[in-house]
Structure formats: C-alpha cells, structure tokens
Design a binder for this molecule. Structure first.
Ligand code: ADP
Ligand code: ZN
Ligand code: ZN
Length: 726
C-alpha cells in the first residue's frame, strides 16, 4: 500500500488534501512537518495534518509530496490539533489557519537564516571609567537597566525605548562589552520586589495551587491594583517548576515600561512577539520559546500559537481588549484560544482586567471561572472621584465646557497634569457649507470626511481616501465652510490658546505614527512638569501617567447609543480605562465626564457604583433579551459591488436554514451599519442560538451552501463566530 498523508494547504477550501508520500523521501512523515507540494500549476508549502490516511483514489491519479522542508516537525502535534479544532470552531479553511499559526518566514520554502543576536553587558573596567555626566539621562538609565538585567540584545534595548545612539555611545565609551553567550547573570532581580498586600497574596496562592492543572481565573482589579505584580509572582512559581509562561498583551499594550518590568524580574528569560519585530526576529524569538531557551513569552495576539517546550501558565492581560480578536480573514479570539491551550496543557489560565468583559463575568457567574479580586490600589493609592458634567444648553468652547476648563486651570496651577480624552482624531469630524448645507462625504463610504487641518486635507477614516481641504463650497461656491464638532487636533489648538504657558501634548495615531515618537511624547510627560495631554484611546492603554490628576472626557454619548448592543460595554470599559491612567498614592485623581444624557441608567451605574455593578446591570439586560454571552452568536457577512448582490447571496443561505424558534434565531440579511465602505456594499446575516452545538450545526450547513453558491460581481463573504461587533 502506498503511504498517504493529509496536508493543510494555504487555499480557501475547507479541507485538507491527500498526497502520496513517495518512497524516495527517506524520512517518515510526521505530523506538523512542512512539505513542498504541487497544487494546480503552483508549488506551495503545506503542513502535514494527518499521517494515517486512506482513500479510494487510485494512486496513479494522486499527486506526490515533492520535498520535506523540516528535519523535525515545525508544529508539535498539540498545535496541529489546535489548528484542526480552530478551523472547525471558526469555520475557517484549515490551510489558512495552519499558515497563520506559522511565523511568516516559515510560510516560505526556504527559511531565512537568522544571525544570532548580539548581547551586551557591563564591561569589567566600568569602575575605572569616568562617571557618566548627570545630563546623560538616557545613557545612565540604560546602563542601570543593563546592570540589573545582566545582558540585553540590541533589539531588547530598542524595545525598552533606548535609541541606537545611546547604546552606541556606551559601547564606544567602553562601558559595555559583547557578551558571548546570552546567559543571564541575574543581579538583584529579586531585590526590588514589593511586599504583596493580602489580596495579591491570596491571588498568587490560589494560582500557585492550581499549577499543574487546568483552571480558569478572572483577575479583576482596577488599574494600579497590582495585577502585573501578581502575574510576575505567579510566573516565578511556574518557572520554579521548570515550566514556561505565556503572557498575552493587547496590540499597543507592550510599553517599554512593561517589558522592562519583566526583563528586570526575569533577566535573560523573556522573548517577545509583536508587530514591531522583523520577520527574522520573530522567528528567532519563536524558536527560543520552542526550544526552551527562553522561559517567558510576552506577545500580542498571534503569540498564542507559539509552540512551547513546557507550557505551565497562561496570562491574558486586559482580557476585554478588542485587539485579541482578529478582525479579518480568520476571526479568532486569542483570549479564547488561550483558554483552549490551557486545557490542552493542563495549566492555569489567568485573564486579568480592570474592566472585565461581560463574557468573562458571565463565566464567573456560571462558576466556570474563579474570580480573584484586587479591590485596593496597590501601595495605598485611592480611586479617583468621578463627576458627570451636564452639558445640555451649555455654550461649549470647541467642545469644552466652562467647568472642565476651570478644573484644568486649577490642576495646572497646583502643578499637576491634565488629560483630555476624545476618541476622535483629526480637526473636525465634519465639514459643512453654512450657506447651502453641503457636507463633505466620502465618495466610497457612507461616511463623512474628517478634516485634518494641519495637513490641509480631508480624509476618510474608513477607507483612507483623501483630498485637499476645499476653501469654497464645491456646490454653491460660498466661502463660509464650517467645521462641525471637535477632534483631537482641534482640541489641541484650543487648549494651546487657553493655556499658552504650558505644553499641550497630543497623542493619537497622527502624532505617533513615526517610529519612537510615542516614546518621546511619553518621556516628556514623565518629566512631571504641568502639561495637558490630549488624545484618543491610545491614551487608555498601557501607559500610566502618575502626575495626571484630572481626566476630562469630552464626549461619551456616541457609544452609549450605538446600533450595536455591545456599545455601552465598550464605552464603559474605555471610560474606566482612561480614568484609571490618572493619579498615584499621594495624588488624588478627579474625572469629569461631559454628557448630554446625565440620567442614562448605565452611565449612572458606572459613575455612582463603579464598573462591576455597571457590568452586572448590562449582563442582566443581556440575560433578559437572551443576547450573548448568554446565547451564542455568529455573523455571516457578504460584500459586493451592489447591496442587492450581497443580500441575495445571504438570502440563499438563509433559505437553507430553519426559521427561528425558541432555541434559535436568524436575522437578516440586513445592510451593515455602514453599508458602503471603500466602494463595496455590505450586508450581514445574524445567527443566534441557545446552545453552542446548535449554532455550529447550522453554521456548518451555511458554509457548505455558501461554498457551493455562484458568487456574483466579485462577491466576498466570511463567517465570524463570537463576533465583537455587527
Ligand atoms: P496593574 O497591573 O493592576 O495596573 P501594577 O502591578 O502595575 O498594577 O501595580 C501598580 C504599581 O504599584 C506599580 O508601580 C507596582 O510596582 C506597585 N505595586 C504593586 N504591588 C505592590 C505592593 N504590594 N506594594 C507596593 N507597591 C506595589
Ligand atoms: Zn454651499
Ligand atoms: Zn471612505
């Protein structure tokens, strides 16, 4: 009998492909090995997903594997199984799942040879050298970090926010020398550990007792309550058992401060995986975890697929964060996959957040997750006080109320910093003609163009189309064009006008897109001088601003009334996260929220009672209406060059599925909330079931039908299981 294998091939078909394993290949096939195969006219790289395959096709009709690309499997059996499970769960082609699990370099036939990284350490003659000048802050700071960490690579140093220049100066001055093997000489790594408070200690002990078996925890603690310290201690216990730890962080949550904390506590043991690395660096770090050379992986979404030598603990920080869910092609949730991996590895999974998702709170209510709470801010800091500012009928100055401006004045006079939050970048979200009412709309989307004043352009934030800012109305040629509503750029200008003597620092995608610019802005803030920070949700993640004592939230109303039932959950989380950036032990924070609907019950609950009661109230509403996470849902989306084509396609899928009953509902096809985007028309079919198995059964049918249907006018479609938006 000829030997057959099943291969995951990067193509849109939802199955593996059988190939002959020719005798001439001297190696035996193993699960997870990469092979080169003929596929139609092309040669592709595939991964073996089954080795004991039989079929009824005559062997002379079958294609054969051309070449084996690995001497030992790239993916361990556990990850092959995870890929198969996930392909099934997310109804996504297995070939694409497996491909996305691999580092980019390994998706090609010839892996790039990576030069081993050069590590640097303090030189022996350091004490004979002249001391660094007091002005050389960066150099002194880097030297002390390297001293504490033992050894660091150029890459790690860059990740910690130091420029190449700073490093080179130290090298050329003889302060640093090459370290031959990346072997850590921990010095004082344990010296600066704080004494845990009793809540932290309980949390660490509970996780410690779960090491070696699968258990799920929700670590619920406000920003600054010491969650990271709990992670660090739990990891310490895990490492003591000769096991590795996976720490997932949100997309822009990996700040130099975070990395530095891990690096200093566990010198020479941390690998990172994030979008700022080159393909070669990613491969190297991936391999360092797989081989067991490094013990801790700190990474963003796709790091959840890294093969571990001996995985013993999984942590998902800020588990509510939307960046854990991939929003195109394979729409997996890294948080949910992390939980699945914990089950596969029989290890505890800790989901941490100051604003837990309703999913996780529901899991706590169902006793699936164990709740660990940190109610106090670590080190005795108190929680900020929150006030709603009713701005109905108030004359606003570029979006800012008198009360907020006065509070800002007081804050600056007291020598503190203020943070003004508005989740809308650009100068103004809308340009209108005062004479005829013309609005600057995007040609390709159902959306307004945003005014970017500094660049003198109009830009669509949905398709990125741009055009020059007109000086007269294109419709009536009047000169009176008005900017409707503020964005962060406009707030910045207005605040500079009000407070000419202090720095106004804007943090949004426009001011931080250049490499390293975020860090230099943050460095300015950390000098502690009175200043005003203005920014979008980029301010809400990762960074702490200890000298900020006033947080002003310009506009929260949008999210509370969004078309998506998840709107209030998201707005509440964002609000609490922004508020949590402020204050520290000796500096009490105040939060002002401007709103047109101060009686809104969800907002009232949030302000008067806090996040947990707010979230429980939302959860009660979801229960009442049987919405997720009480029920299970999926969205089938289609887009085409006409709305009719997209809807007709979904209509045919709908026709093959049963009508709604008490267990099951199907809604649509409906036009998507923004129907036209980048020139394409979008529609959706929303499925919801009381039981997960029922949802998957119907999705299976839907995909089967969808695959067979004729697709008009470049129609594209996709399945989104456990969607986080409409
Ligand atoms: P979170 O991750 O919840 O935001 P962190 O772990 O970052 O909280 O802790 C916030 C700050 O408090 C950090 O500067 C940390 O070093 C400090 N900290 C944490 N635990 C303690 C403790 N038990 N005693 C004193 N300081 C602590
Ligand atoms: Zn006009
Ligand atoms: Zn557009």
């Amino acid at each position: 009998m000829p030997k057959l294998v099943s291969i995951a091939v990067p193509c849109p078909l939802r199955r593996g492909f059988d190939y002959l394993w020719p005798e001439s290949l001297e190696q035996a096939p193993e699960l997870g090995m990469r092979v080169s195969i003929p596929f139609g006219p092309r040669r592709l790289v595939g991964v073996i997903i089954a080795t004991d395959v039989s079929n009824t096709i005559p062997s002379n009709k079958m294609k054969a594997v051309l070449k084996v690309l690995d001497s030992k499997p790239t993916l361990p059996p556990e990850l092959v199984a995870l890929g198969l499970w996930a392909a099934d769960y997310y109804h996504h082609p297995i070939g694409d799942c497996i491909q996305q699990m691999l580092p980019v370099t390994l998706r090609k036939a010839e892996p790039a040879k990576e030069k081993p990284a050069q590590y640097w350490q303090c030189s022996e003659q350091i004490n004979q050298l002249p001391a660094l000048s007091a002005q050389a802050h960066q150099q002194r700071s880097l030297l002390s970090v390297i001293e504490q960490s033992g050894q660091l690579s150029r890459r790690q140093i860059k990740d910690l926010g130091y420029s190449n220049n700073v490093l080179n100066t130290l090298i050329n001055g003889g302060y640093l020398c090459k370290a031959d093997a990346p072997l850590a000489k921990p010095r004082d790594a344990q010296a600066n550990k704080p004494i845990l408070n009793s809540e932290q200690e309980d949390a660490v002990n509970t996780i410690f007792n779960a090491l070696g078996r699968f258990e799920r925890f929700l670590l619920d603690g406000v920003t600054g309550s010491g969650k990271t310290e709990v992670y660090l201690r739990a990891i310490e216990h895990c490492l003591a058992r000769q096991k590795q730890a996976l720490v997932l962080i949100p997309e822009i949550g990996l700040t130099p401060q975070t990395l530095q904390r891990f690096e200093q506590r566990f010198p020479g043991q941390v690998s990172t995986l994030h979008s700022g690395l080159s393909d070669g660096e990613r491969l190297l770090n991936w391999q360092n975890i797989q081989s067991g050379k490094h013990q801790i992986l700190l990474g963003t979404r796709s790091a959840v697929f890294t093969p571990f030598n001996k995985l013993g603990l999984i942590i998902v920080d800020e588990e509510h964060d939307a960046s854990y869910k991939q929003q195109d092609s394979w729409r997996y949730s890294a948080r949910d996959i992390a939980v699945k991996r914990g089950a596969d590895h029989h290890c505890p999974v800790v989901l941490g957040s100051a604003t837990p998702s309703l999913d996780s709170l529901h899991n706590v209510a169902q006793s699936r997750y164990q709740l660990l709470e940190l109610r106090e801010r670590a080190g005795g800091a108190s929680a900020p006080s929150v006030r709603l500012l009713d701005i109905r009928n108030e004359a606003l100055d570029e979006g800012l109320s008198k009360s907020l401006l006065e509070a800002t004045t007081r804050t600056l006079e007291a020598g503190n910093q203020a943070l003004i939050f508005l989740n809308r970048r650009g100068f103004s979200p809308q340009l209108q003609c005062h004479s005829c009412g013309w609005l600057a709309n995007c040609q390709a989307c159902d959306a307004k163009m945003t005014v970017h004043f500094g660049r003198r352009e109009l830009r669509c934030h949905h398709c990125d189309a741009s055009e020059a800012l007109p000086s007269i109305c294109p419709q009536c040629h009047n000169h009176q064009l008005i900017f409707q509503g503020p964005g962060t750029e406009r707030l910045e200008l207005s605040l500079k006008r009000h407070f000419p003597d202090v720095a106004v620092i804007r943090i949004d995608r426009d001011t931080t897109s250049a490499k390293g610019s975020m860090q230099s802005l943050v460095d300015d803030i950390h000098t502690g001088k009175p200043c005003i920070l203005v920014g979008t949700q980029m301010l809400a993640k990762g960074h702490h601003f200890p000298d900020v004592t006033l947080v002003g939230i310009v506009d929260i109303d949008g999210g509370l009334f969004s078309a998506d039932f998840r709107g209030p959950e998201r707005s509440g989380q964002l609000l609490v996260q922004v508020a949590g950036r402020a204050g520290r032990a000796d500096k009490l924070g105040t939060v002002y929220i401007q709103t047109h609907c101060p009686e809104h019950p969800a907002l009232q609950a949030l302000v008067n009672k806090g996040y947990q009661p707010f979230a429980q109230q939302l959860l009660a509403e979801r229960r009442l209406f049987s919405l997720p996470p009480i029920s299970f849902s999926a969205v089938i989306r289609a887009d085409a060059t006409s709305l009719q084509a997209a809807e007709a396609f979904l209509e045919q899928i709908r026709a093959t599925l049963p009508n709604g009953d008490t267990q099951w509902s199907i809604v649509g096809p409906l036009p998507a909330p923004m129907t036209r985007k980048a020139g394409r028309f979008r529609a959706a079919l929303i499925l919801q079931a009381e039981r997960r198995s029922l949802l998957h059964q119907h999705l299976h049918t839907a995909c089967h039908i969808g695959d067979q249907l004729n697709k008009a006018q470049n129609l594209r479609w996709s399945v989104d299981v456990d969607p986080i938006d409409l």
